[in-house]
Design a protein around this ligand. Structure first.
Ligand SMILES: Nc1ncnc2c1ncn2[C@@H]1O[C@H](COP(=O)(O)OP(=O)(O)OP(=O)(O)O)[C@@H](O)[C@H]1O
Ligand SMILES: [Mg+2]
Length: 298
C-alpha cells in the first residue's frame, strides 16, 4: 500500500509513513513498509500500518489525562475528500491538528539498550546523565531517564545533553517536555508490563497548539519504541525486539551487509512478523482487534 498507487500525492514521505499537509491539519498515513538496520525492505508486512495506527490511537486515548494530544480522528468517514473515498486508507490514517513542533526527539529510557548502552560503555553516562558503575546490558534504569536527541534532517539523530536541549528549545520548553515525557513513559511502561511487554525505551515528539503542550506524531508503537517480550527478558544480554526478531534473525543469517538493496524476505518470515504485530496489539489492547478493517489478518 502506497498512497501514490491510489493517485494521491503526499507532501512528504518518511520511511514508513506518508504525510498530507491540509493547512491547519495533517493526514498521517501509515503504510505497511518495514525498515531494518535503517533500510526500508522491499517486502511490506500486510496490515502493519493498520495495526500500529490502532495501537497509537489506543495509547492516545489511554494517556489523554496525562497530556493533550493532536489526534482528531482515525475514522475513514471523517477524513476530508478525496481521502474518505479510499477504502485502502481505512484504519491506517490519522487526521491530526498541526502543531508548532518542538525540534527535539524526546526519548525516555527505562532499560539500557541500543545507543544508550553504547554511550554508557564508552562514557559511563547517557546524554550527560551519569549512571551507576557496573550496569549490565538491558538492565533496568530506575528511575527512567530523559535522553533527548536532535531531529536530524538527514543522517542519524544525535544524543544531546540537557544544556544542548536548552540551547535548542529554551529552558521552559525543555522542562515541560522532560516532565511530560517521563510521566507518559512511566504510565505506559507500567501498563505494558502488566500485559507482558517490557517497554525498554521510547521516543516522543511534542508540539504546541494554541500555546498548550501537545503530544504529536505516533506514540508507543514498536516503530518508535523498543518492545521486548516480558517472558524472555533477561539482564546481561541484548533482547529480541518484539516485532522485528524474525526479520533481523533472517537478515543476519543471510549475510546481508545492511546496504541497499536488501534481500527479498521469504513468505514465512513476512507472515511470522505480521503475527508479531497482531500479538503486540492483542497483548496491549485486545479490544482493538475487534474493530480492524476487513482484510487485516488477526
Ligand atoms: N501534529 C503535528 N504537527 C506538526 N508536525 C507533526 C505532527 N505530527 C507529526 N508531525 C511530524 O510529521 C513528520 C512525520 O514524518 P515521518 O516520521 O513519517 O518521517 P520522518 O520523521 O521524516 O522520517 P522517519 O521515517 O525517519 O521517522 C515528522 O517530522 C513529525 O515531526
Ligand atoms: Mg519520524
Amino acid at each position: 500500500m502506497s498512497t501514490r498507487d491510489l493517485g494521491l500525492k503526499p507532501s512528504s514521505s518518511g520511511k514508513v509513513r506518508d504525510l498530507f499537509d491540509l493547512g491547519d491539519r495533517l493526514l498521517i498515513v501509515a503504510t505497511d513498509r518495514i525498515s531494518a538496520y535503517d533500510v526500508i525492505l522491499d517486502d511490506p508486512i500486510p496490515g502493519k500500518g493498520v495495526l500500529l495506527t490502532q495501537m497509537s490511537r489506543e495509547w492516545f486515548r489511554l494517556l489523554a489525562d496525562v497530556v493533550d494530544n493532536h489526534l482528531l480522528s482515525t475514522d475513514l468517514a471523517e477524513l476530508p475528500a478525496p481521502f474518505c473515498d479510499h477504502d485502502a486508507l481505512a484504519g491506517r490514517s490519522m487526521l491530526v491538528r498541526k502543531a508548532q513542533r518542538v525540534d527535539a526527539e524526546c526519548i525516555v529510557r527505562g532499560y539500557i539498550a541500543g545507543s544508550g548502552w553504547r554511550d554508557y560503555q564508552r562514557n559511563g553516562s547517557i546524554c550527560g546523565i551519569r549512571l551507576p558503575a557496573g550496569m549490565r546490558e538491558s538492565q533496568k534504569i530506575d528511575p527512567p531517564i530523559f535522553t533527548p536527541s536532535t531531529k536530524a534532517e538527514s543522517g542519524h539523530d544525535e544524543n544531546i545533553d540537557r544544556a544542548a536541549l536548552v540551547e535548542l528549545v529554551g529552558v521552559g520548553v525543555a522542562d515541560q517536555v522532560e516532565r511530560a515525557s517521563l510521566e507518559v513513559y512511566t504510565r505506559a511502561a507500567d501498563f505494558a508490563r502488566q500485559r507482558g511487554i517490557v517497554l525498554a525505551d521510547t521516543k516522543f515528539e511534542f508540539g504546541f497548539i494554541e500555546g498548550r503542550l501537545t503530544l504529536i506524531d505516533e506514540v508507543l508503537s514498536p516503530d518508535s519504541s523498543r518492545f521486548w517480550p516480558a517472558e524472555s527478558y533477561e539482564v546481561g544480554r541484548s533482547q529480541h525486539a518484539f516485532d522485528k526478531q524474525f526479520v533481523r534473525d533472517w537478515l543476519d543469517e543471510s549475510g546481508w551487509d545492511h546496504t541497499p538493496p536488501p534481500p527479498k524476505l521469504p513468505a514465512a518470515v513476512v507472515e511470522r512478523t505480521q503475527q508479531r504485530y497482531v500479538e503486540a496489539l492483542r497483548r496491549l489492547f485486545p479490544q482493538a482487534l475487534e474493530t480492524l478493517p476487513a482484510g487485516v489478518a488477526r
